[in-house]
Design a protein around this ligand. Structure first.
Ligand code: ADP
Length: 632
């Protein structure tokens, strides 16, 4: 006689929630049921170690029936008693595993699942679920049936072997909601799901599959027949001993798992024991994924719990600046439960994420130290991520990353680290100098480089848009501040000369003011330069936003009108300066034209767009005509 029972109310609510929202991917029902089957076999296996009972071979059988629209999963695990059926399948969030584990004296058994809800995922795809089971602790077998609404029924049935069979009667397709459950009724789909989610389950997952033999003789029809196939490979590569894994095996695994046709640049395989236990297998791809810098790119690591796949791209496990890393984390401490899709809150994951980050960083440092060629290669492809990492979050990660970034310099064709730059600094040098530009040649040609070259100081070449922004966050390396060759003050001259210039600036105040007035709101100031030697003028920016940064910001999609303060610096030792003085004395009105020309020239040298190219061109033409008239 079948008995009908009600689900406990809280279970009912949870059931609704679960069916309708919690799991975003319906297909995971199979993973859940297979994982339960595997647990049940674990339990039986464990008991068999001390008791007499034992199955010949532990296995999980999978089959489907297209006509009946059913999927059947059978295991020869511990099975469930009537009481367990009521307690474990009648109450969601009640842990059978937990009670089982508590009942055991030995603490070292691994049983996944602290709070069970996994089983109920079956209702996401089924309108009716039947469980036929015989516990190794009972000589009676029972059938549990439910449509997932408010009640379930239990009745006694006949069953010879111990274990559990679960029959899912799939829901009807719903064209309106684009729900199609037929897709699960295919060999191909089931195979694929086993491969994807349960490949590394320790017991064979078997299914009868259709095979076709094509006779050599074309006239004969192909012969089709059924053959039982094991769908899962059973041992995850990452759980094997590192020393037993060949490079080829890593490569094959990487290619298959992460859809790359190239071998990885670097493999990082780590097993961590202690309070937090996990294994991670990480790869740095040889080529940056083509969409790495697009918004669509999703960073993250795959997450497994004891070989059972939980999720594909856990973002939390990778900081943004290591977004290019591919790989997985497997931890036996992760519970395979409802929260698997809410794992972001898991403290364990935070801890693992920290370790993963430290590990990647450590490997990069090792590479930098031991294999410079490889690091250079790495840096060319991914270096910019590290720079963004320094810039991001107002520099909270700068200490972690500053020793991993490198630059080419005015003295080196090869990348140099900041440490190397500082080690090579001149004794009296007080700053780390940098300059933005397209090439070493164009930077060396800048007027601002006059005195720097004279002093033979090395200058970091900034070539990425992010560089100046990053350095504004970094500010210092060791005790040395970063200094742009064309921004703010440059302390390149000694105190005596500095005094001289100050004095001179006072004397020439009238001229400087006249030029400043002539350029009105175009420049913030006109000063006598402390960085020029041979060149007549240069344009620099004040502290804060630089002209390079202004250029970058202007290119942004939502460009703002942030503008760098411009300061026109004149070289008092240049012939031109005397010429300007003379003009100012003779024809004060003409100074405006000269000032405008000089300013535009300085802009050109800086690679900045001219504000009014027509005006500049007209002034030049006027000047030429005048010169020619004079000569006549
Ligand atoms: P969990 O497995 O996380 O505990 P489930 O809702 O998936 O939660 O399952 C509830 C309980 O039902 C399990 O703890 C287990 O005791 C029992 N159970 C589920 N499937 C099986 C099975 N195939 N064989 C034996 N017991 C099972």
């Amino acid at each position: 006689m079948a008995k009908t029972k009600q689900f406990k109310t809280e279970s009912k609510k949870l059931l609704d929630l679960m069916i309708n929202s919690i799991y975003t991917h319906k297909e995971i029902f199979l993973r859940e049921l297979i994982s339960n089957a595997s647990d049940a076999i674990d339990k039986r296996h464990y008991i068999a170690l001390t008791d007499a009972d034992k199955a010949d071979e532990y296995e999980i059988l999978l089959s489907f029936d297209k006509e009946q629209r059913t999927i059947t999963i059978t295991d020869n695990g511990v099975g469930l008693t009537e009481e367990e059926l009521i307690n474990n399948l009648g109450t969601i969030a009640r842990s059978g595993s937990k009670e089982f584990q508590d009942g055991l004296e030995s603490a070292d058994i691994e049983i996944i699942g602290q709070f069970g809800v996994g089983f109920y995922s079956a209702f996401m795809v089924s309108k009716k679920v039947t469980v036929i089971t015989k516990s190794i602790h009972s000589d009676k077998a029972f059938q549990w049936t439910s449509t997932g609404s408010s009640s379930y029924t239990i009745s006694e049935v006949d069953k010879d072997d111990y274990g559990t069979t679960i029959i899912l009667e799939l829901r009807d397709n719903n064209d309106e909601n684009e729900e199609n459950y037929d897709e699960f009724l295919s060999e191909y789909k089931l195979k694929q799901l086993v491969k994807k989610y349960s490949d590394y389950i320790r017991y064979p997952i078997k299914m009868d599959v259709t095979k076709t033999d094509y006779p050599d003789d074309d006239k004969k029809d192909p012969i089709t027949y059924q053959e039982t196939e094991t769908l899962n490979s059973m041992i995850p590569l990452w759980r094997r001993n590192k020393n037993d894994i060949t490079d080829e095996e890593y490569t094959e695994f990487y290619k298959h798992q992460f859809n790359d046709y190239d071998e990885p640049m670097k493999v990082i395989h780590t097993k961590v024991e202690g309070i937090t236990e996990y294994t991670s297998l990480l790869f740095i791809p040889k080529r940056a994924p083509f969409d790495l810098y697009s918004e669509k790119y999703e960073k993250g690591l795959q997450l497994y719990s004891k070989g059972v796949f939980i999720m594909d791209k856990n973002k939390q496990l990778l900081p943004d600046y290591f977004r290019f890393v591919k790989g997985l984390v497997d931890s036996s401490d992760l519970s395979l439960n409802i929260s698997r899709e809410m794992l972001q809150h898991d403290r364990l994951l935070k801890k693992i994420a920290q370790n993963v980050e430290t590990k990647i960083k450590g490997e990069l440092e090792k590479m930098l130290k031991n294999d410079r060629d490889e690091y250079n290669e790495f840096y060319k492809i991914y270096g910019i991520n590290l720079k963004y990492g320094i810039y991001d979050g107002f520099g909270i990660n700068k200490d972690k990353l500053q020793d991993l970034i490198m630059f080419k310099t005015t003295k080196s064709e090869e990348f140099k680290t900041l440490r190397e730059y500082v080690n090579d600094m001149k004794d009296e040098q007080t700053h780390i100098y940098y300059a933005s530009g397209k090439s070493k040649e164009s930077i060396l040609a800048l007027p601002q480089m006059d005195l720097i070259k004279d002093k033979d100081y090395e200058v970091l070449l900034f070539t990425d848009d992010i560089d100046e922004f990053m350095v504004n966050i970094l500010m210092k390396y060791d005790e040395y501040e970063f200094k742009s060759i064309n921004q703010g003050d440059l302390d390149l001259i000694d105190k005596k000369d500095e005094k001289k210039i100050k004095k001179l600036a006072k004397e020439k105040k009238e001229l400087l003011d006249a030029i400043k007035d002539a350029l009105s709101d175009r420049v913030k100031d006109v000063t006598l330069s402390k960085r020029l030697k041979d060149s007549p003028v240069c344009l620099v920016s004040g502290e804060g936003l630089s002209m390079e940064m202004e250029k970058v910001l202007k290119q942004m999609p939502n460009a703002n009108d942030a503008k760098a303060d411009r300061i026109l610096e004149l070289n008092p030792n240049h012939e031109l300066f005397q010429t300007l003085e003379r003009i100012h004395g003779d024809k004060p009105d003409a100074i405006k034209r000269y000032a405008t020309i000089l300013y535009n020239q300085a802009l050109l040298i800086e690679g900045m767009p001219l504000e009014d190219p027509v005006e500049f061109s007209n002034l030049m033409v006027e000047l030429m005509v005048e010169q020619h008239k004079k000569a006549e």
